[in-house]
Design a protein around this ligand. Structure first.
Ligand code: JB3
Length: 208
């Protein structure tokens, strides 16, 4: 058995997550990418095809970090890895500022410069990307992506699988449903029901 970590994914998001894991003092043994992946990812060798996870488990690896930007694919690959018997580790940059009262699920990524304030909850497989701020009592759902430089005020709820694009903002007490996309720079001043795309200032539904 080994403590070394397997990173699932071998693209841009994996690069950032591997460097966070290294900053945390962890060792990343391999990445697992798809058939088109590069041979290495920031110096970590890349195995091609998810079937490699079976072999890695047999070789004694138990810890996985799923570093895939797509919310749905990240969730699917995490489910596959846990079915095989892996545990999902967190990647939290030492230069993120996180209240002691924040609660994390599993497989969460928090990048450098992120701030997460008192009694917020970050559910499994969420990404709090570079420089994003999440204020007090927020509830960030499963496999959500809060992109770089987003700002959430206090008591904001974000439903599972939603994505807030770069620099999006949410005023206090608002609830965004599941599978919502907020376009880059959008400012949310009303509750948003599930499965919508909203854009602009203030953010409004994007008509199809
Ligand atoms: O915006 C920021 C700061 N980061 C973005 C991130 C959140 O999402 C980034 O700019 C990208 O838009 C995206 O990063 P990601 O997911 O790393 O995308 P990309 O660079 O396109 O790499 C996709 C990776 O997923 C490749 O390494 C593929 O090999 C891998 N991949 C795709 N399908 C898969 C599969 N890997 C496995 N193991 N299994 C698959 O089915």
């Amino acid at each position: 058995m080994t403590d070394e970590i397997i990173v699932v994914g071998a693209g841009g998001h994996a690069k950032v997550c591997i460097e966070i894991l290294h900053e945390m003092g962890e060792t990343v043994a391999y990445c697992v990418g798809d058939a088109n992946a590069s041979d290495q990812c920031v110096g970590v060798p890349v195995l091609k095809g998810d079937e490699n996870l079976v072999d890695l488990h047999a070789r004694g690896y138990r810890r996985v970090f799923v570093a895939i930007g797509s919310n749905r694919l990240r969730n699917r690959l995490a489910a596959y890895a846990t079915e095989l018997g892996f545990t999902l580790t967190n990647a939290v940059h030492p230069k993120a500022i996180i209240s002691q009262t924040v609660k994390f699920g599993e497989g969460v990524a928090v990048m450098a410069g992120a701030v997460i304030n008192a009694e917020s909850v970050i559910d499994s497989l969420a990404i709090v990307n570079t420089g994003a701020t999440i204020d007090h009592d927020c509830d960030i759902g499963r496999a959500v992506h809060i992109a770089p430089q987003c700002a959430l005020a206090g008591n904001v709820t974000i439903g599972a699988f939603s994505i807030l694009g770069v620099g999006a903002k949410v005023i206090p007490e608002k609830t965004i449903g599941e599978q919502v996309t907020v376009g880059a720079g959008g400012v949310v001043i009303n509750d948003i029901s599930a499965s919508q795309t909203v854009v602009g200032v203030p953010a409004r539904r994007l008509e199809k």
